[in-house]
Design a protein around this ligand. Structure first.
Ligand SMILES: C[S@@+](CC[C@H](N)C(=O)[O-])C[C@H]1O[C@@H](n2cnc3c(N)ncnc32)[C@H](O)[C@@H]1O
Length: 280
């Protein structure tokens, strides 16, 4: 098999950075080659340079290219302690503040929908104890291919395993077996989730700001500059009282953002007013 040459590698890395904001280290060449080949094969292209030129000449190939270069690894109930935090702290606080109307949340790198679905299950369970509570979840991703899977909402194997073990009651109550071994969230929950295509390098168009933003296991793909751009966009679509939750291997502490640390993985918008109040 042909190896990618340095010049072509550079071309791909620049293209990925320009289109997705993602920075891939040249050391991840083997991974990149494998992913590119999976797209070159059906196109009948054998040289990497041919594929790079093909992308230039066929703008309609760009989405399929972005679909293969993104890493979509995800599963239900990933990082249990953040779900406990949402259930025990974020939601009761929201109700106590009489924030009113509808609790809205954004799963900002939704992948195949496991994160948005886990959240919606937890919100539904909270709703049953608090009948006036209402919620909506929006899930967005750059990859249209993975969003098509999210729309389908059929989950099996590793995707649901740890959720089923950790929360057997929630699982039994809110997950429906749609095909042997394949589960989806109950229809009344699914009806409250909406999926949309979105590039985090742009600002999301919303009608109302969010109460909660999950932006997990995606910041790792960006350099500090792009992370700051993304978080700046997030800060423009979140309520002053909103909460941001990031992934286990991520931190905002080294970045210049409007978010202040609350506890591991959890951040809140720190307005200058808050800062003044705290100082007083
Ligand atoms: C590893 S998954 C994380 C899924 C989920 N948040 C979780 O923590 O389990 C990362 C997702 O980010 C998406 N992504 C990467 N770059 C993006 C961008 N520029 N805009 C929007 N989504 C992006 C990928 O397509 C992928 O589905």
């Amino acid at each position: 098999l042909e190896e990618i040459d340095d010049e072509t590698l550079k071309g791909f890395l620049q293209l990925i950075h320009r289109k997705a904001g993602i920075t891939i280290a040249p050391s991840r060449k083997a991974m990149l080659q494998g992913r590119l080949r999976s797209r070159m094969r059906p196109l009948g292209l054998s040289g990497f340079h041919d594929y790079l030129r093909y992308l230039d000449e066929h703008p309609e190939e760009m989405q399929a290219f972005l679909d293969v270069i993104t890493t979509n690894e995800t599963y239900f109930y990933r990082t249990p302690r953040i779900w406990e935090h949402i259930e025990k702290k974020v939601l009761p606080d929201w109700v106590a503040r009489k924030e009113g109307s509808i609790f809205t949340a954004w799963s900002a790198a939704a992948s195949s929908g496991e994160e948005a679905s886990t959240l919606a299950v937890i919100l539904q369970s909270f709703k049953e104890k608090n009948p006036t509570f209402q919620y909506r979840v929006i899930g967005t991703d750059l990859s249209t291919q993975i969003l098509a899977q999210a729309e389908k909402g059929l989950y099996s194997g590793r995707s649901i395993e740890s959720f089923r073990k950790a929360q057997p009651e929630l699982f039994r109550k809110y997950m429906v077996e749609k095909e042997p071994g394949s589960f989806g969230v109950a229809p009344e929950i699914r009806a409250r989730i909406e999926y949309r295509h979105h590039n985090l390098m742009q600002k999301l168009k919303v009608t109302a700001p969010f109460d909660l933003v999950l932006i997990r296991n995606v910041l790792i793909y960006f350099d500090a500059k792009e992370q700051q751009t993304i978080l700046n966009h997030v800060s423009q679509v979140i309520k002053p009282s909103g909460v941001v939750i990031i992934g286990e291997s991520e931190s905002l502490n080294h970045l210049q953002t409007r978010f202040v640390y609350q506890q591991p993985l959890v951040y809140a918008l720190g307005s200058s007013d808050n800062a003044k109040q705290e100082a007083a």
